[in-house]
Design a protein around this ligand. Structure first.
Ligand SMILES: [Zn+2]
Length: 374
């Protein structure tokens, strides 16, 4: 084992797994939740505060960073880690998903995706090769293959054609990543399974990716509006189609109960904007379910946001204060709500890791659900 990338499973309980990924920039305890740092910042949080929540790794968005400040400029600025002051692992997405969801006038071909920037209308071409180059210039620790993510509800024919193109792009991503020899010697590359909700397409995708060979495998194309029941339906078979000795990453998920259900089905890694974005909008996640702090019933509530949380927010300020800050549009409101939410998400991951290690994940799942949905 080199220190470039090693995944060791410590315990399993049913399909649920806990372990550690070892990389040059630090260890990642799994199941892991990665806060989203879209534009070289986890919004409203200093890096030291993000780390203090228990985060081992964060995510950066290739699409945003290639447009601003730009990948070549990032090299001159010393790379993403030095630029933003985060010295632990960073996973970067490939840009493919966000090009389709954020930019105007996209034109897809076998070569890649041509698009106009949502910032200034400038024209760009994102290909598997260019995505690998940008992620290398950013200094990413875990690089994601460039893929095509079809929207929910596409027919089987279109889902199949899209999956096959993604597998050709996965092979080009592998070659492009390996060509950056110095970076490839210290970073990891993950492939992305596609195939919509179809078990056979998912199996074909898993076989194609395994044949190419990756350090980890993402389950892509979910959390695009299909709903929790359909997502869990796919997770009943998709993780088992992927190599058992590599991490499995469910992209863009999710709500706390999504995370628990996905871990129960064998997923090891997650990312989602929900704790940060919802926090800025006044929604807190707690062990007793979501709380809308804007609600008038909190105006004179002297109690903490979550009595079971030991984060700096819950041990210092009241619901009444947070209600006041958020209603007044004070920036500290967004900061404190984000800080609590990220603490809660990391506490949830730690509780799941502990439960799996103790062989009582089923019990944890039942207790969590009874209290969270009450
Ligand atoms: Zn808290």
């Amino acid at each position: 084992m080199t220190d470039r990338f090693a995944f060791r499973l410590a315990a399993t309980d049913g399909a649920a797994r806990t372990g550690v990924i070892r990389m040059t920039r630090g260890e990642i305890r799994t199941p892991a939740f990665m806060p989203v740092g879209t534009a070289a910042t986890v919004k409203a949080m200093r890096p030291a505060e993000v780390r203090a929540t228990g985060a081992d790794i964060i995510l950066g968005n290739t699409y945003h960073l290639m447009l601003r400040p730009g990948a070549e400029r990032m090299v001159r600025l010393g790379g993403l880690h030095a630029f933003m002051g985060w010295d632990r692992p960073i996973l970067t997405d490939s840009g493919g998903y966000q090009v389709m969801s954020l930019s105007a006038l996209t034109k897809q071909s076998e070569e890649g995706v041509a698009f106009k920037s949502h910032l200034d209308g400038s024209r760009h071409l994102l290909t598997p090769e260019r995505s690998m180059e940008i992620q290398r210039l950013l200094g990413s620790d875990i690089v994601m293959a460039f893929d095509e993510c079809p929207p929910a509800g596409v027919d089987a024919k279109r889902a199949g054609a899209s999956m096959e193109r993604s597998m050709r792009w996965a092979a080009r991503s592998r070659a492009g990543f390996d060509a950056g020899e110095e970076h490839a010697a210290r970073a990891a590359l993950f492939g992305i399974q596609q195939g919509s909700l179809d078990e056979t397409l998912r199996a074909c995708s898993a076989a194609a990716l395994t044949d190419i060979g990756f350090d980890g495998y993402a389950i892509g194309g979910l959390a695009v509006g299909e709903g929790q029941e359909a997502m869990f339906g796919v997770l009943d078979f998709a993780p088992a189609q992927l190599p058992a000795d590599k991490p499995r990453y469910l992209m863009g998920v999710g709500k706390p109960d999504d995370l628990v259900g996905a871990v129960a089905r064998g997923v090891d890694m997650f990312d989602c904007v929900l704790p940060t974005r919802s926090g800025r909008n006044g929604q807190a996640f707690t062990w007793d379910g979501p709380v809308n702090i804007r609600n008038a019933k909190h105006a004179e509530d002297q109690g903490p946001l979550d009595a079971s949380c030991d984060c700096p927010v819950c041990t210092t300020w009241s619901r009444a204060y947070l209600h006041h800050l958020v209603r007044a549009g004070e920036m500290l409101g967004a900061m404190l709500m984000t800080q609590h939410n990220l603490h809660f998400y990391q506490a949830l991951m730690q509780a799941m890791r502990d439960a799996i290690a103790a062989g009582r994940f089923g019990e944890f799942q039942a207790t969590f659900a009874a209290r969270y949905r009450r």
